[in-house]
Design a protein around this ligand. Structure first.
Ligand code: ADP
Ligand code: MG
Length: 602
């Protein structure tokens, strides 16, 4: 056969194969046109899974009489003018080929009236041939009916899935667009039965409830995150809902993503969402999620594939990271809220620390300071970009009550205010450090310093509250130097107030009768020598508190179980002064996600 230019109707049919794969792809194109036309109401009527009829009616702008024939002509569009517009596409359509393609493989009727015109137009196209155009009376808006889809492409017809499958595809599609456009009322009927209706309230939550049911929705959390693009500083925003780790399924099909209002199928973005659940759900499970990404239009290239379901990004990593971070942050916050009762907000003056009894000035005044400052770490929280109070911008305005933060039962006991974000223990390194992950990056925790901080706080608090658990110690007498004995002798009373009951046993010998519970199992001689040393410090109470809590603390070299590490980290999260040991050295090193990325030159 000689080379020849194909006739138009064949070109159209070939092109149609790319755009119009199945009934659902027709529905998608018609929906996008209605949305581009600014519709507030879109009704979709389907017969026989779309084979017999697909009809989409909208109350959008409509098309004026002269332009109507152009609408069904290939490469005719009202949405693009110059080629450079392709870099900033704000409409769903732009290729100007959907209607022409659909018309090439069906019997298409377009009935439309432009809002500024009195008379409407009806156009009929069969297999790409314009059959007629006539003036009609019609409400403002557009109705497009597609009958006998693929009647003239038998191969395509053969490949159509079972009617039930097509019906399901269409229903899924409508529900997705309803979620992406919560301000638009969608109605879907299949074979004359209403199958779906969205309220058009503008609230995503309302649509998600319609699509997934209230029970499912209650097991989802809201995701909200906005961050600047590293390059231009324009915002990338991620909003929507994601399921709690307890609510999963065995495939990825319920991870629904939209970019700038366009439903996209992108493996790497779906992966970003599942990655956010790493360590929280089994590898074989997948979450439910409905997430909207809003990025600057020139950051994404939607002109990759005729169906526009695939997109490319200027920098896919940035999007990936933003999405993953948004979901992860929401999850970590939600887990915190479900795991803990509401935070104690008011520092009750009745529980103000009192100095331990038995010490005289000048020690007294100093003793109360350190533990009376549960909020002194606030700047640290801000530095990490997270403050854990109810006003934090985690929820969109339309966040439903079910997701409201801090609605744990009122009967729950008061908790300390949180001084660190929720951390997830990853593991232990060098038998000395705990690696943990938080919403703001990685934490390396010195197990000795952290445990020392906790014991120190606990000891000090117990003393202040006059509620120190003691144990009876039947220790053997400890021989000391005469000088050490004199030092102890002079401090018997205050030492007793700190939990150490000493019984003189001969001239320079003491027996320890009671000691603080947390020191159980420690060597009495060691303890007494430590007390003697501490008693010579400027502030003996502080010195003793520091000394004995350090003694009892975990040391480097101890291998910890996951349980132990978690317990330690959880306590540290609510400890006053969690960042420093009692001697002022750090308990943890924090590396933000940005710092880590920077280290990897990303
Ligand atoms: P595209 O959407 O890529 O521009 P289409 O073939 O889908 O191409 O539509 C061609 C043109 O027809 C659109 O640019 C628009 O002007 C007009 N059009 C199609 N559907 C509608 C509708 N529902 N309401 C108003 N105008 C429409
Ligand atoms: Mg279109």
């Amino acid at each position: 056969m000689p080379i020849q230019v194909l006739p138009d109707h064949l070109i159209a049919k070939i092109a149609a194969g790319e755009v119009v794969e199945r009934p659902a792809s027709v529905v998608k194109e018609l929906l996008e046109n209605a949305l581009d036309a600014g519709a507030g109401y879109i009704q979709v009527d389907i017969q026989q899974g779309g084979r017999r009829l697909i009809r989409v009616s909208d109350d959008g702008s409509g098309i004026n009489q002269q332009e109507a024939p152009l609408a069904v002509t290939r490469h005719a569009t009202s949405k693009l003018s110059a080629a450079d517009d392709l870099t900033r596409i704000l409409t769903l359509g732009f290729r100007g080929e959907a209607l022409a393609s659909i018309a090439a493989v069906s019997l298409l009727t377009l009935s439309t009236r432009h809002r500024d015109e009195d008379v409407g137009t009806e156009i009929r196209v069969a297999g790409g041939e314009l059959m007629h155009q006539k003036a009609v009376g019609a409400p403002a808006g557009t109705v497009i009916s597609v009958e006998n889809l693929f009647y003239n492409t038998p191969a395509r017809l053969k490949f159509l899935k079972a009617e039930a499958t097509e019906k399901r595809q269409i229903a899924t599609l409508i529900s997705r667009y309803a979620m992406a456009y919560p301000q638009v009322r969608f109605v879907l009927t299949q074979d004359n039965r209403e199958q779906f209706r969205s309220p058009g309230s503008g609230r995503l939550a309302d649509v998600v409830v319609r699509v997934m049911g209230v029970e499912a929705f209650e097991r989802m959390i809201d995701v909200y995150n906005e961050e600047p693009l590293p390059t231009t500083g324009e915002a990338i925003r991620v909003t929507g809902y994601a399921s709690l780790p307890e609510f999963t399924r065995n495939d990825r099909t319920r991870i629904v993503l939209f970019i700038n209002g366009r439903a996209v199928q992108d493996h790497s973005l779906v992966h970003a969402v599942t990655q956010a659940y790493h360590g929280l759900i089994d590898r074989s499970r997948y979450p439910y999620a409905v997430l909207m990404l809003d990025v600057p239009p020139d950051f994404v290239d939607v002109n990759v594939h005729p169906t526009k379901a695939e997109v490319r990004f200027q920098d896919a990593n940035v999007i990936f990271a933003a999405l993953q971070r948004a979901v992860r942050t929401a999850l970590v916050l939600a887990l915190e809220q479900s795991g803990y009762p509401p935070h104690e907000r008011v520092h009750d003056p009745a529980t103000r620390p009192r100095p331990a009894q038995g010490w005289q000035r000048p020690y007294e005044s100093d003793a109360s300071d350190a533990s009376d400052t549960p909020y002194q770490d606030a700047p640290f929280q801000t530095e990490m970009g997270l403050t854990f109070d109810e006003t934090s911008p985690r929820s969109t305005a339309e966040a439903p009550a079910a997701n409201a933060p801090n609605d744990a039962p009122e009967s729950a006991p008061a908790q300390r205010p949180r001084t660190l974000p929720v951390l997830r223990v990853v593991g232990q390194v060098g038998a000395a450090y705990i690696v943990a992950e938080g919403p703001a990056g990685m934490y390396l925790i010195d197990q000795h310093a952290a445990h020392w901080r906790l014991l120190y706080n606990a000891y000090q608090e117990a003393l202040n509250a006059d509620h120190l658990p003691l144990i009876e110690a039947e220790t053997r007498p400890v021989d000391l130097s005469p000088e050490a004995a004199r030092t102890l002798e002079a401090a018997l009373e205050p030492l007793q107030a700190m939990g150490f009951t000493l019984e003189p046993f001969g001239p320079a010998s003491f027996r320890l009768r009671t000691l603080p519970e947390f020191l159980s199992g420690h060597d009495a001689a060691d303890i007494l020598r430590g007390l003697v040393e501490a008693l010579s410090a400027d502030d003996p109470q502080e010195a003793i508190t520091q000394h004995v809590s350090q003694r009892a603390a975990l040391t480097a070299g101890e291998i910890l179980s996951n349980e132990d590490m978690r317990a330690l980290v959880q306590q540290l999260e609510r400890a006053p002064n969690p960042l420093q040991g009692p001697d002022g050295r750090p308990t943890l090193i924090h590396m933000s996600a940005e710092q880590i990325a920077h280290q990897f030159s990303r």
